[in-house]
Write a protein that binds this ligand. Structure first.
Ligand SMILES: [Cu+2]
Length: 249
């Protein structure tokens, strides 16, 4: 993740400084729905296309007593591996949720996470098989593959059932009982201090809440390099030796 100052220094060569806007409007069913927009807007004049605003995680942590809704959270979700890509790229789950990692490629993968969040290592596993991890503590889990350096994803493990991911236009909707909450936001390309400033108290069922615009430094560059599960740089690898015997290439 690039530092803000780094991004500033690159503005002249195409580093995008994006504007994050967030507005909450109570839903039709007041006290139960919060809808909002978390739009990523490029300030770079040359960027004609609107940035994709998908993949921001928004969640509400109850403050004090909130009567929990009867709906139970989804307990098993999946993060696929297809075309050497994790899909979806960002998952949001409640603590205690199991995540399956199905390998839909004709080659082996080795899914792992070795810092922050929950550390795990699924070892090499074959095409058309899956491994499962149950996430037991809150945090942001960075997910990688030990074979393919370009594969990366994130799982936001949350201590609340009230959360949502933004769509491509930045829209999100959270169902929650009436009460007081602390709203928090995470985006993989946002600096921690920016995210901290976005956190605030909200009351579901009250009048509309407007949150101020905040600038968020982001880069169009690829994500920062990461190490393999042994803490080493990724070596140049020939994929052929990890093709599963008999699998279609
Ligand atoms: Cu892989």
């Amino acid at each position: 993740m690039l530092q803000t100052n780094t991004c500033r220094s690159f503005q002249s060569v195409g580093c995008a400084l994006l504007l994050l806007t967030l507005t909450l409007v109570p839903g039709v069913a007041a006290g139960e729905t919060i809808r909002g927009t978390l739009a990523l807007v490029s300030s770079e004049a040359r960027t004609a296309k609107k940035p994709d605003s998908a993949g921001a995680v928004v969640w509400l942590e109850p403050v004090g007593t909130v009567v929990r809704s009867a709906a139970s959270p989804q307990k098993v979700v999946a993060m696929n591996q297809r075309n050497k890509t994790f899909m979806p790229h960002v998952l949001a789950i409640e603590v205690g949720t199991a995540v399956d990692f199905p390998n839909n490629d004709p080659i082996m993968h080795n899914v792992f996470s070795n810092f922050d969040g929950q550390v795990f290592d699924l070892q090499l596993f074959s095409p058309q098989t899956a491994r499962r991890v149950v996430f037991r503590r809150p945090g942001i889990v960075r997910v990688f593959c030990n074979i393919h350096e370009t594969m990366n994803a994130a799982i936001a493990v949350l201590a609340t059932p009230y959360f949502a991911l933004t769509d491509g236009t930045g829209r999100f909707e959270i169902q929650a009982p009436a009460g007081d909450y602390r709203l928090q936001v995470w985006h993989e390309r946002a600096q921690p201090d920016v995210l901290a400033r976005l956190a605030r108290q909200v009351t579901v069922g009250a009048a509309s809440v407007s949150l101020p615009d905040t600038q968020i430094a982001m880069s169009n560059d690829p994500p920062s390099p990461h190490k393999d599960k042994y803490g080493h740089d990724y070596a140049q690898r020939v994929d052929d030796h990890i093709f599963y015997p008999g699998a279609r290439r």
